[in-house]
Design a protein around this ligand. Structure first.
Ligand SMILES: [Zn+2]
Length: 283
């Protein structure tokens, strides 16, 4: 049994195996690589990607984490009702710093928990508004701002199959923000990205929408560190059952890369060609 990490990526009929992520990646950009994890709630990305965060550092890839909501609805006792957000913020920094992520790479956006529907898009901020960047609020505003600030080559976030509406909204708003960030609009939010980052999904609560292509296996010590990091979220008592699942599954994580599938009329021409359509009719 090896104590090195193992990566397996399935690409069509090809099965790539290596001890590094660079070794199984088609578009690895060397020392330009930079990962951004997007966490609807504070604990989501450590559950889905706590091993990958450690693996990235082995390959000298900087890791940024963006926590979208303020966790204000996650109280499990009346005493914590008014203070839960500060408690969770402290737990967040403890958790991710214990995985080697520097404090300045962890962004707490502070959008109101369970109210993300009210923050889709972008609008000029009123007085006392939450999550204001350059005079505007809204998820697309914040995501574009932080994408241009961190300039990731790859982004990792929970699948849209999770039942929590905050997860679905973050997925949808982030995907369009990747394109805002790569274009010339909203110049006050920073310089456009030179290259659109790759988009990867991690499973947290529900299965992947289609099969993941990447499996990561680490030495057991990485799993122990991940479990300890998850344990920092002491205020989240419901997390116990998740810790059990993570422990029982062993040191494995999976990622699904999402293709953007841009429309190009050329993709459809062959289908309507005369000789092709004859064949099609007979099938
Ligand atoms: Zn969540």
């Amino acid at each position: 049994m090896t104590d090195k990490p193992q990566f397996i990526r399935l690409l069509g009929d090809e099965r790539r195996v290596a001890n590094t992520l660079a070794g199984v990646s088609k578009h690895w950009q060397g020392d330009k690589e930079c990962f951004l994890f997007i966490s609807p709630h504070d604990d989501d990305v450590v559950l889905g990607g706590g091993l990958l965060m450690q693996l990235a550092q082995l390959e000298n890839v900087p890791v940024y984490i963006m926590i979208v909501t303020d966790g204000a609805m996650g109280y499990c006792s009346n005493e914590e009702k008014d203070t839960i957000s500060q408690i969770r913020q402290a737990e967040t920094f403890e958790c991710y710093q214990s995985l080697g992520i520097p404090k300045e790479n962890i962004f707490w956006l502070g959008f109101p928990d369970c109210q993300l529907k009210l923050y889709t898009g972008r609008r000029a901020a009123d007085k006392n508004e939450k999550a204001v960047y350059q005079g505007f609020t809204g998820l697309q505003n914040a995501f574009t701002y932080f994408l241009r600030k961190t300039r990731p080559t790859q982004c990792f976030l929970p699948t849209p199959t999770d039942l929590h509406p905050d997860h679905k909204i973050v997925h949808e708003e982030f995907l369009i923000s990747v394109f805002h960030a790569s274009g010339n609009i909203w110049p006050e939010l920073g310089k456009p990205l030179e290259k659109t980052p790759y988009f990867n999904e991690m499973a947290v609560y529900c299965d992947f929408p289609t099969q993941p292509q990447l499996q990561m296996k680490t030495p057991m010590s990485f799993l122990e560190k991940k479990l300890q990091a998850i344990g920092a979220f002491r205020s989240q008592r419901q997390i116990e059952s998740l810790i059990k699942i993570v422990r029982n599954a062993g040191p494995y994580e999976y990622m699904r890369s999402v293709d953007y599938n841009f429309y190009n009329p050329d993709n459809y021409k062959v289908r309507f060609k005369e000789d092709h359509s004859i064949g099609y009719m007979h099938r």
